[in-house]
Ligand binder design. Structure first.
Ligand SMILES: Nc1ncnc2c1ncn2[C@@H]1O[C@H](COP(=O)(O)OP(=O)(O)OP(=O)(O)O)[C@@H](O)[C@H]1O
Ligand SMILES: [Mg+2]
Length: 343
């Protein structure tokens, strides 16, 4: 079987330049002012898979998608798409792929939605009749039919992004890259886009999608497998369920107590508490603690400490681990935290 995507020891280094200085993380730079965007990346994506790339800003996700779509060359290592080497035979790769990025302004404002979709389909040599059929069907599913003759410059962000999505799918690529496809979309539009994407993969088991996202719940509900990338390296790659099982701390509790006004929280000197988030709700006279414990036995010590301090536990519930818990455990920080540490 050909993998839809396979990378072996893939590395990409950016040298010098002032481009994107603001984005560049100290962590990714070596002593020569080079940025190692991807480092020894080994990934395999199966045909029929909806595969997610999760990682903090600057992790290397877009760089990876650009290499897989032949917009950038690897510095070393190999990447194949449908068995074809992206560096050796980019033309053949391009016939099999398409890419849509969130927040992009593709096309020309003076063209209508239908004209824009038609124009991009021409780049891929899709016959006019087929374009019309596909575009009509997809516009119908995404609720875009009423905008078919509207000029692109008049579209809202959400409607324009739906058009971009259709532009990506209209060439019926074997492999589609979606770089933050739901960026900036409202909840309802994001949901429509997600269900469209999922249905497309389910209807065509020989096709694959790789998407990047910063929305953990999106990756969890949508993707068959997820690779968590940080500073150019794959930290873990598995189904969302397995990532949660293996990497999310198992013992997360939500404890509601009367409003805590003494600063910090009442469990701050307890060994079994690995970390606690505190949320005050002055209007309701409540404080919510989200507590991560070293292990399940620790909850006894927690309730004991609360009663020692005369704090009533109004409710205690155990939370299911989320992909975000797994992510934070693996990556260990957000962007700001890593910048502070100067890593
Ligand atoms: N053209 C470029 N020139 C120099 N450095 C670059 C260039 N493109 C990306 N980089 C650097 O490579 C690293 C990876 O960037 P990339 O855009 O792939 O990250 P990302 O995971 O897509 O981040 P985000 O979540 O912010 O989109 C970053 O340190 C970035 O600054
Ligand atoms: Mg990116």
């Amino acid at each position: 079987m050909n993998w839809a995507i396979e990378t072996q020891n893939l590395r990409r280094v950016f040298r010098g330049g002032t481009v994107r200085r603001l984005w560049r993380r100290k962590s990714a730079q070596n002593g020569n002012g080079e940025t190692v965007a991807l480092d020894a990346v080994d990934l395999q994506v199966k045909p029929g898979e909806l595969f997610g790339l999760l990682g903090p800003n600057g992790a290397g996700k877009t760089t990876l998608l650009k290499i897989l779509s032949t917009l950038l060359l690897p510095t070393s290592g190999t990447a194949t798409v449908d068995g074809i080497d992206v560096a050796k035979d980019p033309e053949r790769v391009r016939k099999r792929i398409n890419m849509v990025s969130g927040g992009e302004h593709s096309g020309f404002g003076i063209l209508t939605v239908r004209e824009t979709i038609w124009m991009f389909a021409q780049f891929y040599g899709v016959p006019g009749r087929v374009v019309r059929e596909r575009a009509d069907r997809m516009m119908d599913i995404l609720g875009l039919t009423e905008f078919a003759e509207t000029k692109v410059s008049k579209l809202s962000t959400g409607t324009r992004q739906k058009m971009n999505i259709i532009r990506g799918f209209v060439s019926a690529p074997r492999i589609l890259y979606l770089d933050e496809p739901t960026l900036g979309l409202d909840v309802a539009v994001a949901r429509e886009v997600r269900s469209f994407v999922r249905a497309w993969v389910d209807e065509h088991p020989e096709r694959s999608i790789i998407l990047t996202t910063h929305y953990m719940a999106e990756a969890d509900s949508l993707c068959d497998r997820v690779a968590i990338i940080d500073r150019g390296r794959v930290r873990a790659c598995d189904t969302p369920a397995n990532l949660k099982r293996d990497w999310a701390p198992e013992c997360v509790y939500r404890i509601e107590i009367p409003l805590w006004t003494q600063g910090g929280h009442p469990l701050d000197d307890l060994d079994v508490v690995r970390s606690a988030d505190v949320e005050h709700h002055g209007d309701r006279g409540r404080t919510n603690l989200r507590v991560i414990l070293e292990n399940g036995d620790g909850i006894g010590a927690v309730t004991e400490r609360l009663s020692q301090r005369g704090v009533a536990a109004l409710s205690v519930s155990r939370l299911e681990p989320t992909l975000e818990d797994a992510f934070l455990n693996l990556v260990g920080h957000g962007l700001a935290a890593s910048e502070e540490k100067g890593r």
